[in-house]
Design a protein around this ligand. Structure first.
Ligand code: XMP
Length: 320
């Protein structure tokens, strides 16, 4: 049983001092490595790790081909401005090879997990000689995985998986006792810029969680472009999260007077406090029309745009 530290009782300075001591103790004279995705959890753990280890921590951004537009450049330049060097590793081929032919949601997650931890990260860790991986797992990841709701890609020990045996390195998880609000508070105390917290949540399996059916390069590109439109047009609205999903079914449409058996994009926008329950945001119809028009104009092959009006549960925020 992991003992939770609630955000309101979190004493950041004390917590940072304790974790810095623990991380230094665990890593000793060795080196550690961590993967930064640009989300709040991995960003916070990156700064915490650098506070503890300085140059003994190597931070990599794994370009898996499933991230949002311009993400690698955005994240690495933001961290450069905070004094943290980020190495971008191009692993797109490996991820798309692993995802080829897979439509089942859990198999997709598993393919991403295995490719990330075993293949790509395993190789980087082996080459670097680091024996420790620093990771931003939080308590909610563990809860949801153990409850069998959704297998979060970063949970191992609680499922009885020994990372040392499975992947060849040990995993340090300094945020394990916190939930999102606690991590945000800690990230601020460590000096993460406000723009990082202002961003809406983004899932671990990235855009593969928003492609129903096979996540090919082309289909991920379609959802990436639709996501860019949705994020652009909904920026600043007080919703919990908004996203685009690519459906597997095709529908008949028409373009330039010709029939086109095209793709369907679903837009979702959620009101929620903690993602455990959520309801669709009552967006003005004119705004929905603008989103639809922009997607139809800017995303090739799409002939249908819908807006989700179901609640979570029974729906979930992501589609996969
Ligand atoms: P769901 O789709 O489970 O998402 O309602 C809840 C919140 O968690 C975010 N998130 C993930 N969702 N797999 C997921 O399905 C992941 O690995 C993951 N990581 C984060 C999701 O975006 C939503 O905010």
């Amino acid at each position: 049983m992991i003992q939770e530290i609630r955000a309101e009782e979190l004493d950041c300075e004390r917590f940072i001092a304790e974790q810095v001591r623990e991380i230094r103790g665990a890593v000793g004279e060795g080196t550690a490595i961590n993967a930064l995705s640009g989300g709040v959890d991995s960003s916070t753990v990156t700064l915490l790790g650098h506070r503890a280890l300085g140059r003994k921590l190597r931070t990599v951004f794994i370009q898996n081909g499933l991230m949002r537009q311009g993400e690698a450049e955005r994240v690495s330049s933001l961290f450069r401005s905070l004094g943290v060097a980020v190495e971008v590793v191009d692993a797109r081929d490996e991820f798309f090879t692993a995802l080829a032919g897979i439509s089942d949601p859990e198999q997709k997650r598993e393919a991403i997990t295995q490719t990330f931890y075993k293949k790509v990260f395993g190789r980087i860790v082996r080459e670097s000689g680091a024996r420790h991986l620093l990771q931003g797992t939080i308590l909610t990841d563990v809860d949801e995985t153990v409850a069998g709701i959704k297998r979060q890609h970063n949970v191992f020990a609680q499922l009885g998986i020994d990372p040392q045996a499975a992947f060849g390195y040990s995993i340090l998880e300094p945020l394990l006792r916190l939930r999102k609000d606690g991590v945000r508070k800690l990230g601020r105390a460590l000096g993460l810029p406000e723009e990082l917290f202002a961003r809406i949540p983004f899932p671990g399996p990235a855009l593969a969680a928003r492609v129903i059916g096979e996540a090919t390069r082309e289909r991920v590109e379609t959802v990436r472009q639709a996501t860019a439109v949705v994020e652009e047009l909904l920026a600043g609205i007080p919703a919990f999260q908004y996203l685009a999903i690519l459906h597997e079914d095709r529908v008949t449409g028409m373009r330039a007077g010709r029939r086109q058996f095209g793709q369907q994009v679903e837009v979702r926008c959620w009101d929620s406090v903690d993602a455990r329950q959520a309801s669709p945001t009552r967006l003005p119809f004119e705004l929905l029309e603008r989103i639809a028009a922009a997607i139809l104009e800017r995303v090739p092959g799409v002939v249908s745009v819908t807006y989700n009006i179901a609640t979570k549960p029974p729906s979930t925020i992501e589609a996969v």
